[in-house]
Design a protein around this ligand. Structure first.
Ligand code: SAH
Length: 344
């Protein structure tokens, strides 16, 4: 069953009708909820309506714990209605605030380097539970909005979980977030990161939602990719690049490839050159990521100079590339780290 947070305006309007309320109440409830207000704070509603709403499922989040990094990054541990715990990270930049949200409680993709996958998948999040993370962060940071006016101006679906393994809810969330009566975050300000589930990438290309698609590639060779990411057994690098081309041609958006070089595994000059050759004539950018302490302790990140060397080869091959800076190291900022230590 839909919770209040999952409802778009038309579903909310249908609910008001069912409750015998005026249709314009739908907009009031929707706007306030999506901006992070509790039902008790909706003083424009009659008390009887507030009580009715409180008896319905919400699919919201409550701040269970909040950690603030020395660099200003905030990590939220959120409690869901059913007791599940998820996490989000709020990064304050000069041009606005970016929230990294979770799309599943846990994950079943099994990538060997990733902490989110340690306990497997607990369950999919609803669209409302994704929206509620934004609403809670918006409200919690409203006093000092980074982007002038609004605290959360950008969303990255890059926290725990695989968004394309929870496709319908992820897409519904993007539509909810875009409604100007609520958060009004345009798809252009939303990034969705996937371990490259090819059929869903192709489907997403046809949704008419120009989100930035980020693809966790991490290897240019299938043999290596299969060692790191079980999903690589189903889809080859070639299939992934083809799906990326389709995405670019349908949406007009460049895609982002995420690549964490790991010592002795995918970090050779040949790896860099092979990556570059895959990306020829594709409108894309590569984000090089320093590997965070991984599930498999044997996997080691590169030192700074080796990262620069890898980057330089890509640049020389004509690839648009940057090294992603790491934020929130002191608060277990990387995905799944805090949730998994909590589960332990
Ligand atoms: N399932 C999606 C989104 C969640 S993971 C995906 O795979 O893209 C978000 C990003 O963090 C991915 O690029 C993932 O590969 C990366 N990541 C996971 N564990 C990491 C680690 N230990 N160090 C660096 N990046 C990591």
């Amino acid at each position: 069953m839909n919770g209040l947070f999952d409802m778009d305006i038309s579903e909310m309007t249908a609910l008001m009708k069912e409750l015998g309320e005026a249709p314009y109440r739908a907009g009031q409830v929707f706007s306030k909820l999506q901006m992070g207000y509790s039902i008790d704070e909706m003083s424009e509603l009659p008390k009887a309506l507030r009580e009715k709403l409180k008896s319905l499922p919400l699919h919201g989040v409550r701040i269970e714990r909040k950690l603030i990094s020395r660099d200003g990054t905030i990590k939220y541990l959120f409690l869901l209605d059913d007791g599940n715990i998820i996490e989000s990270v709020y990064m304050n930049y000069k041009h606005g605030g970016t929230l990294c949200i979770s799309t599943q409680a846990g994950c079943r993709m099994g990538c060997v380097f990733c902490a989110s996958t340690i306990g497997g998948l607990s369950r999919n999040l609803t669209a409302g539970e994704m929206a509620a993370q934004c609403a809670a962060a918006e409200r919690d940071n409203a006093a000092e909005p980074a982007g002038g006016g609004r605290a959360v101006t950008n969303v990255v679906m890059m926290g725990c979980g695989e968004p394309l393994d929870n496709y319908e809810n992820a897409v519904k969330f993007i539509r909810l977030a875009g409604d100007p009566r609520g958060m009004g975050i345009s798809p252009r300000n939303i990034s969705l990161s996937t371990c490259a589930l090819v059929p869903q990438m192709k489907k997403l290309a046809e949704e008419g939602l120009p989100v930035t698609l980020c693809i966790s590639l991490h290897a240019a060779r299938d043999e290596i990719r299969k060692k790191l990411m079980p999903a690589a057994s189903a889809y080859s690098v070639r299939d992934i690049i083809d799906a990326a081309r389709l995405y670019v041609s349908r949406t007009g958006r460049r895609v982002i490839f995420e690549y964490a070089p790991i010592k002795g595994l995918n970090d050779s000059p040949e790896d860099a050159k092979m990556l570059a050759s895959h990306l020829k004539n594709l409108q894309c950018h590569v984000n090089l990521i320093y590997l965070n302490p991984a599930r498999e302790a044997a996997l080691e990140p590169l030192e700074h100079k080796d990262m620069k060397r890898f980057e330089a080869i890509l640049k020389a091959e004509g690839v648009s590339v940057t090294i992603r800076r790491s934020l929130g190291k002191d608060i277990q900022g990387a995905c799944g780290q805090l949730r998994s230590s909590r589960l332990e």
